[in-house]
Design a protein around this ligand. Structure first.
Ligand code: 5AD
Ligand code: SF4
Length: 452
């Protein structure tokens, strides 16, 4: 019988840390493992295979990995007592950066797989079962990985699509150029083929991913704007987003596209890191604060409602009170719809970690609190400015309360509204009635009269 040929069901638990790239990679690992009979579980102690997809960007994220391995070891020992196995795999950027150390320090870990080697997971798992061969796969072969991964199985109406990996910018604080390697762009034909598969499977919104996504220079496209325009031509795809961008890669063509392509959503995550020219220089960001302000002005000239999001690092080595004031001033001048902000964390092997004027923990904490208070206020003000407007919302599911649906606004805000008729993937007009820092609530503008 055909059923006999199917592998026995096994349980897979994946814990994802860090950025959207890891979220995408976790999805792809699930796809690679599905043919081996792995189905997902949300309980690690139930799992035959546990994957930690790790992040190396800040020290805290890295430390988490080692404490989590300790916890998993206890599950593994308990399962062994019950005659059941548990394979522990470490993936992601910590695997890439500290793979050999993990292999040495953590015998409970069965395999270590870097972000370019996920297609080798089946082989690594087989090796782990035989307890023979190398436990570590961490070579840089992005092209080979993308070619070897199976066809996508998206769940939901929004999907990530990775088009570019790695970074050559070498900001002095950042480990990415070391963990993810040099910039690599997938050929345009491959990206478009994957986007068409997603569209055929019901995806309406694609978020293009890359560490420096707008530095995309793949074969078959004249740069990133050209690729975006080709994706916009795909029927079924209604919304396009991209992340993460670097200011110096915001070309004229890309800025213009924000004004002319309605599928390109009016929301852009554009990390600035600092508002101080001195600090931007020490960070090797390759631009100053005026350059950033100018890009924002040009984007707003072509797309007045564009909402901006950014990243900040406070307490970078050498940051004085005046530099931090310059950051606050940039925030006041630009006005952000959302932002991520972090205390500077020295990372092994990066130039900034060796800089002499490290900022004390207290000053970092105090500046972060001041910055986050200002950013939270801006985020709330931005959300409140939507009250009374009718926004097109991409429906993505039912709310927790019965009779509720939810989705995303063009500006990436979560929107909740009473509704039972909209289907996932519909784009419905919602009149915004209330706003909090993190979400909006409203009613269907097209059927509100009937509900009243
Ligand atoms: N310390 C603190 N934050 C960092 N980031 C990157 N490296 C560090 C570091 N060493 C932040 C930057 C980047 C985001 C993804 O993480 O703001 O844009
Ligand atoms: Fe890191 Fe800078 Fe590259 Fe972004 S641009 S990944 S912050 S080195």
């Amino acid at each position: 019988m055909a059923d006999d040929a199917r592998p026995a069901p096994k349980r897979l638990f994946i814990e994802t840390y860090g950025c959207q790239m890891n979220v995408y990679d976790s999805e792809r690992m699930r796809d690679v493992l599905a043919p081996l009979g792995y189905a997902q579980t949300d309980k690690p102690d139930d799992a035959d295979l546990v994957i930690l997809n790790t992040c190396h960007i800040r020290e805290k994220a890295t430390e988490k990995v080692y404490s989590e391995i300790g916890r998993l070891r206890a599950h593994k020992e308990r399962r062994a007592g019950e005659g059941k196995g548990m394979t522990i795999a470490i993936a992601g950027c910590v695997a890439q950066a500290e793979g050999e150390e993990i292999v040495r320090r953590a015998p409970a870990v069965d395999l270590v797989v870097g972000p370019q080697a996920y297609h080798k997971l089946p082989e690594l798992i087989a090796r782990a079962a035989r307890q023979s061969g190398e436990r570590l796969a961490a070579e840089f072969t992005p092209q080979e990985k993308f070619d070897a991964l199976p066809v996508r199985t998206p769940d939901g109406v929004s999907a990530f699509l990775s088009i570019q990996e790695g970074c050559d910018k070498f900001c002095t604080f950042c480990v990415v150029p070391y963990t993810r390697g040099a910039e690599y762009s997938r050929p345009a034909a491959d990206v478009l083929a994957e986007a068409r598969v997603l569209a055929d499977r019901g995806v309406r919104e694609i978020t293009l991913l890359g560490q420096n996504v707008n530095a995309y220079h793949g074969e078959g496209a004249r740069g990133f704007a050209d690729l975006l325009a080709a994706i916009a031509d795909i029927e079924g795809i209604a919304r396009i987003r991209y992340t993460t961008s670097h200011p110096i890669e915001m070309t004229d063509a890309l800025i213009d596209l924000h004004g002319s392509e309605p599928k390109l959503m009016p929301y852009l995550h554009l990390p600035v890191q600092s508002g101080s020219d001195r600090i931007l220089k020490a960070m090797n960001r390759k631009h100053d604060a005026a350059f950033y302000r100018d890009i924002v002005a040009r984007l707003r000239a072509v797309r007045p409602d564009i909402a901006l999001s950014t990243d900040f690092i406070v307490g970078f080595p050498g940051e004085r009170e005046q530099d931090f004031e310059d950051t606050l001033q940039l925030v006041r001048d630009v006005g952000f719809a959302s932002a991520y902000s972090f205390k500077y964390s020295p990372r092994p092997g990066t130039p900034a970690a060796l800089m002499l004027a490290q900022v004390g923990e207290e000053a970092k904490a105090e500046r972060l609190a001041r910055l986050q208070a200002l950013l939270a206020e801006q985020q709330r003000a931005f959300n409140e400015s939507q009250i009374g407007r009718v926004l097109p919302v991409l429906v993505a599911g039912r709310g927790r309360r019965p009779g509720q649906s939810h989705g995303r606004s063009p500006y990436l805000q979560a929107v909740h509204f009473p509704d039972t008729t909209a289907r996932d993937g519909d784009i419905v007009p919602v009149r915004i009635l209330a706003a909090s820092q993190n979400s909006l609530a409203g009613e269907r503008a097209d059927i509100a009269a009937e509900l009243a």
